[in-house]
Design a binder for this molecule. Structure first.
Ligand code: MG
Length: 216
């Protein structure tokens, strides 16, 4: 069963929505324009990876990148959720990795193909334990970081999101509908780079939760 931990509870995960290009500096580092509406893609639930497992790099890629992101767990689904009420639909916050086979993504982009092979392989959605939403006053004030082998690689400040969490939830509920147990990867800040076998990845959502993965 695809699941995440929320406090002492195990929550079955539904859809995994991801937002691309949600920080201007990251869009710029890959030569992409920022979008007028959220850029949404999906990962299969079989991509979920908890901390008990090592990251296995797919054999068709030589350039898997880390994308460290704030992750949101939807506790109460809905359609047409207003941004003003959107955060009441959140049951937890965590930190994770939207692992991306950048070479496969570049090939898909050039052919006009979907990104599934680049973003949806087994283990491509690494997610920490979730912190109950009641412990987070304002998700846009969260800060986070990723260190690889002890070196700072990505430093995240949710206040810099182009589409804040509440707007993402409102948008997703309007277009796709949201369900209890859906996860939302909220976009990565700049600093994405390749990971290699043997790397140790330490993620920290400051004041809330940390997580660790090893690359097999
Ligand atoms: Mg991402």
């Amino acid at each position: 069963m695809a699941s995440v931990k929320l406090g002492l509870h195990t929550i079955r995960v539904g859809n995994i929505f991801c937002i691309g290009r949600n920080y201007a500096a990251h869009a710029a580092e890959l030569g992409n324009a920022v979008e007028a509406e959220p850029l949404v893609f999906l990962k299969p639930t079989s991509a979920l990876l908890d901390e008990a497992s090592a990251i296995a790099l797919p054999d068709y890629s030589n350039d898997v990148h880390h994308e460290c992101e704030l992750v949101v767990l939807i506790g109460k689904g809905g359609d047409n959720i207003a941004a003003e009420n959107a955060l009441s639909h959140v049951s937890g916050y965590g930190i994770g990795l939207d692992l991306t086979a950048r070479d496969a993504q570049s090939e898909a982009k050039s052919k006009g193909h979907p990104w599934t092979k680049a973003k949806g392989f087994r283990g491509a959605a690494c997610v920490s334990a979730m912190v109950p939403a009641a412990r987070v006053d304002d998700p846009q004030r969260l800060k986070f970081e990723l260190r690889v082998n002890g070196q700072l690689r990505q430093s995240g400040d949710a206040s810099l999101m182009l589409f804040p969490v509440a707007e993402q939830i409102s948008y997703l509920s309007r277009v796709y509908g949201l369900s209890d147990g859906d996860l939302l990867f909220t976009g990565t800040p700049e600093g994405v780079a390749r990971i290699q076998s043997g790397d140790a990845l330490d993620l920290n959502l400051f004041g809330q939760v940390s997580a660790h993965w090893k690359v097999a």
